[in-house]
Design a binder for this molecule. Structure first.
Ligand code: FES
Length: 294
């Protein structure tokens, strides 16, 4: 349960449980039905290509557009009719952005659990409510009910702000969408450090070693040894307990796949690459150091 009183209150809302169950299953089934294409679409919506969550970037479109609409509506309401077309366009652009934002957000949300997922469910329901209000507002504007359309939009903007509060809490308090891998650039020295004997590493299997307090996952194949930070950048899952797939490792928690050579994200939900380490052998010891850009 969250320490934040507002988030804790949301997490206690049992009526959201069916929304969680149905919503998560719906999103998973939709992507699974798409096969390999579904996997590509899912990775695109997570933001694997972007290097950080796509949802966080797209939310600026509806929030920004509807903020503009609020200002222009206020000006129109003060007997400045020339602002009406601009306000209507901002409402419409916001609705288009909301659809894209919802697709990315739902995809990220489907890979969360428990109380965090419940907060995300309420966040999503508020966004659906806001989109419905703005849709009704747009229809009212186009059918000559401008005052009613503006009123609906003002209410919708209040709902958007409440939802944005929960979205911020999900990112900054509950740490959804942020990088959970260790900060090797500041936590680890640049020098090679011995972590184990070569003979300690099982052949062709993932194993975990400790690099000055930072868990590292290693893979030995003959004379080749690969090393990545063990804590998954998505939500901190232990990669050493994951599955080996060719030259990649699949996280046991939500299935992110990382290249063992350089830590590149091959499949989400993770969007941030996994820190990779340089490895060398000396006197039967395995030495590793954080990789620096050359
Ligand atoms: S913790 Fe979610 S994929 Fe690794």
């Amino acid at each position: 349960m969250s320490q934040d009183p507002i988030l804790a209150l949301v997490e206690r809302q049992e009526w959201l449980a069916p929304v969680q169950k149905t919503g998560e299953q719906f999103v998973r089934n939709a992507f699974e039905a798409g096969g390999p294409t579904g996997r590509h679409v899912k990775d695109f919506l997570h933001g694997v290509w972007l290097g950080h969550p796509l949802h966080a970037a797209i939310t600026d479109v509806p929030i920004g557009s509807w903020t503009v609409a609020t200002v222009l509506d206020a000006l129109e309401a003060s007997n400045n009719d020339e602002y009406a077309p601009g306000a209507d366009a901002a409402v419409a652009i916001g609705l288009v952005g909301a659809v894209a934002s919802a697709a990315a957000g739902l995809t990220d949300w489907s890979e969360t659990q428990g109380g965090v997922q419940r907060v995300g469910a309420l966040h999503g329901l508020l966004n659906v409510g806001a989109a419905a209000l703005y849709t009704a507002s747009y229809v009212a504007r186009k059918t000559g009910h401008r005052a009613g359309g503006r009123a609906l939009a003002f209410v919708g903007y209040g709902v958007v702000l409440a939802s944005a509060f929960l979205g911020g809490a999900l990112s900054y308090t509950q740490k959804i969408g942020v990088n959970h891998s260790p900060d090797v650039d500041t936590d680890l020295p640049e020098d090679f450090i011995a972590v184990c004997r070569v003979d300690d590493l099982p052949e062709g299997q993932l194993s975990q070693q400790d690099l000055k307090g930072t868990p590292v996952v290693l893979l030995k194949r003959g004379a080749s040894i690969k090393a990545l930070a063990n804590q998954c950048s998505h939500l901190g899952g232990p990669l050493a307990e994951g599955q080996l797939e060719g030259d990649s490792v699949v996280c046991p928690w939500h299935g992110s796949r990382f290249c063992l050579n350089d830590g590149e994200v091959l499949n989400g939900p993770a969007t941030t690459p996994q820190p990779a380490f340089d490895v060398k052998l000396e006197d039967g010891n395995v030495l590793i150091r954080r990789r620096t850009l050359s």
